[in-house]
Design a protein around this ligand. Structure first.
Ligand code: TRP
Length: 348
């Protein structure tokens, strides 16, 4: 392992935690800016898990290049994403935070697992089918084997739980299939991971088209964590509603208002009943800017802290270096075991 010393990379408490706490792995691709949806649907939950579990949170840059990226932008966003993990409240002392390409065992295990994954299985993945339609000019092998790399991410760390959104459940299921096939051939290799949909997970929809997930490909319907207050306010004031005027939660008939209520509750910590009561006698003209303001206040400290962290490159570097070192230590244990089981000659 070039450059990493594994021997003393963890102290006693950390080693003990590793043995007693359940392990969590999750990651986000730095293929676009983090959004309000990434925060409310994923990172906020990660923060709530950091004390109870042993967590690894990754910037999955290797997954990002399955679609074309501008190299300089990818580099900038990967660092920014790490800074945002911290600014959102993930404590680098409690979690292992790292950049996927810094831990070569991901690629190495991915190759082996790919040899235990069937073409047919990968062909059935809905994300592959969607993406190969969207990027018809670039249906590359990485896009096809994307779920194998994701399985490697998870299995390398003997993860128990994998917090993911609905759209990634099929990939975690495939990861389980690969793991159980491998364990059947080579017993006791991998911990069987489970998808973990946390209780307080909020699925945030586009402000412009509330029947689709908030996504950076739709800039006006999407609030990014680095948006300035005036941009946030504009987007909320223009949010799609309906022709009734009551502020009440009704996902089927009032998807826009329901989404705004969900955002309001997640931003303020209020319950749905409290939020509905607060706006019971008020119209959309009062409600929409109120949601905007709650989000402005929620994101202000995150944006400011991210900006501050990005000026401290030495600190960020120390975090991702230490993260990669710890991750690599754990990953290596699994990879050695796998290499031995499949019949590779030990390096000695
Ligand atoms: N595929 C995930 C997504 O697009 C990101 C990801 C990569 C991931 N590896 C992972 C998530 C491992 C959980 C665990 O959201």
């Amino acid at each position: 392992m070039t450059g990493f010393s594994h021997k003393h990379s963890m102290n006693k408490r950390e080693v003990l935690d590793m043995e007693t706490k359940k392990r969590i792995f999750s990651g986000i691709k730095p293929s676009g800016e983090l959004t309000l949806g990434s925060y409310m649907g994923a990172i906020k939950n990660w923060v709530s898990l950091q004390d109870e579990y042993e967590c690894l949170y990754c910037v999955v840059d290797m997954h990002a290049i399955t679609v074309r990226q501008v190299p300089a932008d990818l580099r900038r966003r990967s660092l920014e994403q790490l800074a945002q993990y911290i600014a959102c409240g993930l404590d680098p002392e409690k979690n292992i935070m790292f950049i996927q390409s810094h831990v070569p065992q991901h690629a190495e295990l991915s190759w082996v697992l790919g040899c235990y994954t069937q073409f047919g299985e990968l062909s059935r993945m809905t994300q592959f089918k969607d993406k190969s339609q969207k990027h018809a000019d670039n249906i590359n092998a990485g896009l096809f084997t994307y779920p194998v790399l994701m399985a490697a991410d998870i299995l390398l760390y003997q993860s128990d739980l994998v917090p993911v959104g609905d759209d990634q459940k099929q990939h975690v299921e495939l990861c389980r299939d690969i793991a159980s096939r491998f364990n059947f051939l080579f017993p006791d290799t991998f911990t069987m991971p489970e998808p973990f949909i946390p209780k307080m997970g909020a699925r945030i929809m586009s402000l412009g088209a509330p029947d689709t997930k908030m996504s950076k490909s739709d800039p006006e319907g999407c609030v990014i964590l680095m948006d300035k207050p005036e941009d946030i306010m504009r987007k909320f004031k223009r949010a799609v509603t309906d022709c009734e005027s009551a502020v009440r939660f009704d996902k089927v008939n009032k998807p826009g208002i329901s989404n705004l209520l969900t955002i309001y509750c997640a931003a303020t910590g209020k319950t749905m009943e409290e939020a509905e009561a607060e706006f019971a006698d008020k119209g959309y003209g009062v409600f929409k800017p109120a949601v905007g303001e709650a989000v402005v206040e929620l994101l202000r400290p995150i944006r400011e802290e991210t900006t501050r962290l990005l000026t401290d490159k030495a600190y960020l570097e120390s975090i991702y270096k230490e993260g990669a070192e710890k991750a690599s230590y754990l990953a290596n244990k699994t990879l050695r075991k796998v290499y031995k089981k499949v019949g590779f000659v030990p390096r000695g």
